[in-house]
Design a binder for this molecule. Structure first.
Ligand SMILES: [Zn+2]
Ligand SMILES: [Zn+2]
Length: 743
């Protein structure tokens, strides 16, 4: 209705118009307000203030504003960033109420939100309900599947998309290439590549990088190189893909060269690059390169990134610099399981089992969820210091966490119990395992060997043959050492011969060392020497040391002198040659020569491996080193040792002096009174109630004197004492040792 002249308007029209204008203004006011609310929403969202975005949305509703699809998409994005699934579901309901279920724009936001919040089935429901699906929706669904690790389904969905005749765009291709990379599916990747060429997207930089990434991750490094070299402009994604791909296929040096080249071309590395390069440094133990990368990381500001931090810890630990690993570890604000694992495994690798166990307890206190790698690390830490109580506690933790039947963890449990002295528990875990692989069989065999249970070891080996288990070199090292610990020469010779002829495994220096040891102990010194000289593999110092120690046991000075020269030639820094030869002279009463060899060792700066002994008392591990005076109960320990020494003197049991040269203290009967084994045993005696069995672990072969003394103590104090030395277990009871003095 058009009134040319306002004056002609009738009064009722006036009223009508007034109310209309009012309504119009109201709506305009509402619209402009929604617009300003949305602007603020966007501002918060872009600043990464996701909680504030959601709060703002709630305030907006409280003030009676009706959100539009733009509002909804922003608040959905905020939920996605916060991984706030429940909040997201709530928004979904509101969307259905106010906009229905067919808005493509909102549906793709919902799919994205559900996929990223880990509820891919909800995403699929939203997708399935859509009456028409355009490429944006398909892309959201494909990327959703890739994001939540269901790349195979992403590839299936793409086939459906093809059937429905929807043309893929570059986003689709990037999504599909990522799917192929993570499956990995090389053939399908090549098919996608063909489609890309047909659609003319090959020259797109992002598509090109994704192609390089796909080929590298699918293990076709040649095709990756070809794509990479053909790219006119390479972005960081392409460089990272190439570096990672080379690390993955064991070409660490090429990866490091690419890293340098990339910097020369002026491409700035990012966190992904740093993680890949650190991985390469760790694999080839390139410590100085690793340090340089560390400096660059500090310069780039990525040093506070948790993942980069974990990679740094891992690199330092694997390169053997546990101090650097610790200082990086202590600076990471939020430490994930990868960082903890790297630290625990790093300490185990450096022989610091006790420190590894302390870390695992700290990790538990900080509430970090362990994974299978963590447990393997902790168990090998327990095994390394023979911490049985701690090991059983960890076993309970493993069961609680549902890792009891994980194959690696179960194998480590068998190994841990065997090395901590409980062969029965090892067997129990072994019997409960649903399936056994070679590592499980070898772990159990190793347990029997260490415990000197040769019959059980041979029986176990026969069982392996019956079950058709494919043996490896380790199996035979363990089997032969079982024979060695019991002096089973004939059996040893039989297995050594059949190893090559029946099982097709060529002998390595480890098996030769066992055989030399076996022959030497049985007094066949010449045969042992002949065996070394006709070895089919390269000789090393260890095999000669085995023979040299037999020369000592059989007091063969002439041969000992000759063999010591071999040890000296092959490994000049090895103290065993000096120590054994000096001991051979001492046994033969040639004290001058003995002292001269000791002097020569010191002059050459060859230090003896330091002896350490660990004992677990009341869930705590105590470490002793020879001539230790750091322990807080040292006075009590000394008193106890004097008491034992007097008792031993009275009983007329004088210890052996063969192996204690240079340790003579004079005052006590114990010539090697300050050997760490004795300190640990004395500490065990005064810290536990009478008759409590003692478990100790010492890193070197137990000396004759300590062995004699321990036998005596086990009878005098009526204690069962289990000692694991560098070679095997000794179970002392009532004055005898399970090794029958053969070790
Ligand atoms: Zn000793
Ligand atoms: Zn023994």
């Amino acid at each position: 209705m058009l009134w040319l002249d306002d004056k002609l308007k009738p009064p009722w029209v006036e009223v009508e118009l007034a109310s209309l204008t009012q309504r119009r203004q109201g709506k305009r006011k509402q619209q402009s307000s929604v617009f300003s609310w949305n602007t603020r929403l966007t501002k918060y969202f872009k600043a990464g203030q996701h909680h504030k975005t959601i709060e703002h949305f709630q305030q907006m509703q409280q003030q009676g504003m009706v959100p539009d699809s733009f509002t909804f998409i922003r608040v959905l994005n905020a939920c996605t960033s916060l991984r706030a699934l429940e909040k997201g579901r709530h928004i979904h309901m509101q969307i259905v109420e106010s906009c229905g279920e067919s808005n493509v724009f909102l549906a793709s936001g919902l799919i994205d939100m559900y996929a990223k919040c880990g509820s891919i089935e909800d995403a699929w429901t939203v997708f399935s309900k859509m009456p028409t699906r355009n490429v944006v929706l398909w892309n959201a669904m494909i990327l959703g599947f890739v994001k939540c690790g269901q790349s195979q389904r992403a590839l299936e969905v793409s086939k459906q998309m093809e059937c429905e005749g929807v043309e893929p765009d570059r986003v689709t291709f990037i999504g599909l290439l990522n799917a192929c990379a993570s499956v990995p599916a090389l053939e399908e990747g090549r098919h996608v590549h063909e489609q890309i060429i047909q659609s003319g997207f090959e020259s797109d930089a992002f598509v090109g990088s994704s192609l390089v990434n796909m080929y590298a991750k699918c293990g076709s490094i040649g095709e990756a190189w070809r794509m990479f070299n053909a790219m006119p402009k390479r972005d960081i994604v392409a460089w990272n893909a190439m570096i990672l791909g080379n690390v993955k296929c064991g070409e660490e040096q090429k990866a490091l060269r690419l890293y340098r080249l990339m910097q020369l071309r002026g491409v700035k590395p990012n966190r992904v690059t740093f993680m890949a390069v650190l991985n390469a440094c760790a694999s080839v133990a390139a410590l100085s390169k690793g340090r340089r990368v560390h400096k660059q990381i500090i310069q780039s500001g990525c040093v506070s990134d948790a993942f980069v931090g974990s990679s740094l810890v891992d690199m330092y630990a694997k390169c053997g610099s546990i101090e650097d690993a610790s200082s990086v570890f202590n600076m990471i604000p939020v430490r994930d399981v990868v960082a903890w694992n790297a630290m625990i495994l790093g300490h185990v690798k450096c022989g610091q089992g006790q420190e590894a166990l302390q870390l695992s307890q700290q990790m538990q206190q900080e509430g970090v969820d362990p994974d299978s790698v963590t447990f393997v690390g902790i168990l090998s830490a327990c095994a390394s210091v023979a911490a049985l109580e701690e090991g059983s506690r960890v076993h309970k933790w493993i069961i609680e966490r549902g890792f009891g039947s994980h194959p690696f963890v179960a194998n480590s449990l068998v190994d841990m119990y065997a090395k901590c002295g409980s062969i029965e528990d090892a067997r129990r875990v072994f019997d409960r395992m649903p399936t056994h692989n070679l590592i499980s069989w070898n772990a159990m065999l190793g347990g029997y060997a260490m415990h000197g249970q040769a019959e059980e070891a041979l029986g176990h080996f026969e069982q392996m043959c019956e079950k058709g288990v494919e043996m490896n070199s380790v199996t035979f090292v363990v089997l032969l050492s079982a024979c060695k610990h019991r002096g089973l020469l004939d059996e040893g010779l039989h297995y050594f011969e059949s190893m090559g002829s029946v099982y097709g495994i060529s002998a390595t220096v480890e098996q030769y060392t066992c055989m030399v040891d076996l022959l030497g102990r049985a007094g066949h010194l010449d045969e042992a020497e002949d065996l070394i000289k006709t070895m089919s593999c390269e000789q090393n110092a260890c095999v000669w040391i085995a023979l040299l120690s037999s020369c000592r046991n059989h007091s063969n000075v002439k041969m000992g002198e000759r063999i010591a020269k071999w040890v000296q030639k092959l490994d000049p820094g090895n103290p065993a040659g000096y120590v054994l030869l000096s001991s051979i002279y001492a046994t033969a009463g040639k004290w001058d020569l003995s002292r001269r060899i000791e002097k020569l060792r010191l002059e050459k700066g060859v230090s003896k491996q330091s002896a350490c002994t660990w004992i677990e008392v009341n869930n705590e591990i105590h470490k002793f080193v020879t001539s230790d005076d750091k322990h807080h109960q040292m006075v009590e320990i000394e008193t106890e040792l004097k008491r034992l020494s007097m008792q031993m003197k009275d009983s007329g049991c004088w210890p052996d002096t063969k192996s204690v040269l240079g340790d003579v203290e004079g005052n006590t009967v114990f010539h090697s009174c300050h050997h760490s084994e004795k300190l640990a045993i004395a500490f065990g005696l005064i810290s536990t109630p009478p008759k409590t069995p003692l478990h100790i672990y010492t890193n070197l072969r137990v000396c004759d004197d300590c062995h004699t003394a321990t036998k005596f103590i086990s009878k005098l104090e009526e204690r069962a004492i289990t000692v694991r030395d560098g070679n095997r277990f000794h179970c002392f009871e009532d004055g005898v040792c399970s090794c029958r003095d053969y070790w």
